[in-house]
Design a protein around this ligand. Structure first.
Ligand code: ADP
Ligand code: MG
Length: 250
């Protein structure tokens, strides 16, 4: 399990994350919902061991992390960010993008890398005939799949998706989420999905956390029972999602 325990992070006077605790379970999808500026990305960077908290602990498989162990363990928590294009090198080929972690993090030889790349393409439904193409020649959806393949290539225990699906059109988003849902069931990996979209949360989550103004205001262990939200803000999120659905006659 990946845990944040009473984690606080400040930038100058601004408290981005305020005494937050959460658990990312293995073999499950945990979701954080919250509006922009609520501290989700800051929390994601701390959970990915990229930044350290000012106070509180990030605990990876029952061990407290510090700066030193964070570096050694970074492979185990992969972060997939919102903007695929800016997190990829446009001059690299798709094959190079997947090859890098296989070579540098896992030390696989060439034959093993080729085999694994093939498997990863199947897992994320990336077209193999596009492996030779440069990143800049791929569609938005293909770039997104490539980012997910790169994260999986590192053989992490956890993958954090920070608004990774926000920029996609609805049909493509649903397609990628369905792929991830099936993939999650086959893997041991724990997923943490961060979104401002309650529909994505409802579709994916085994457990939902709601963040607001840097604080974790609510946890729902059974996301099927959305009516059990206690906080007004969370109820408002549900109402907004229902309104959208009715407006679209879904
Ligand atoms: P979210 O991802 O929910 O939109 P963020 O974690 O990005 O929220 O931001 C939370 C708050 O912390 C915001 O007010 C933001 O301006 C501030 N913040 C985040 N990162 C930095 C940073 N590197 N430097 C200064 N302020 C930051
Ligand atoms: Mg963010």
């Amino acid at each position: 399990m990946l845990k944040a325990e009473n984690v606080t992070k400040k930038y100058g006077q601004q408290t981005a994350v305020d005494d937050v605790s959460l658990k990312v379970q293995d073999n499950a999808v945990t979701v954080i919902v919250g509006e922009s500026g609520s501290g989700k990305s800051t929390l994601a960077r701390m959970l990915s061991l990229i930044e350290s908290p000012d106070s509180g602990e990030i605990i990876l498989d029952d061990k407290k992390t510090d700066r030193k162990s964070a570096k050694a363990n970074r492979r185990l928590v992969q972060l997939v960010m919102q903007d695929a294009a800016s997190s990829l090198d446009p001059h690299q080929s798709a094959r190079q993008v997947i090859d890098e972690p296989l070579k540098l993090l896992l030390g696989f030889d060439k034959a093993k890398r080729a085999k694994r790349t093939d498997e990863l393409c199947d897992m994320v439904q990336f077209p193999k005939d596009r492996l030779k193409n440069k990143v800049s020649e791929l569609s938005g959806g293909q770039q997104k799949r490539l980012c997910i393949a790169r994260a999986l290539a590192a053989e992490p225990k956890y993958i954090i998706f920070d608004e990774s699906f926000s920029g996609l059109d609805v049909t493509l988003r649903r397609c990628i989420l369905t792929m991830l849902k099936k993939l999650r069931e086959k893997l041991e990996t724990g997923f943490l999905i961060i979104t401002h979209d309650l529909d994505t949360a409802m579709y994916m989550a085994d457990r939902i956390y709601v963040m607001r103004f840097g604080k974790m205001i609510e946890t729902l262990d059974d996301p099927k029972s959305f009516l059990d939200f206690k906080e007004n803000y969370s109820k408002e999120l549900v109402r907004a999602a229902e309104y959208k659905r009715q407006a679209l006659k879904l």
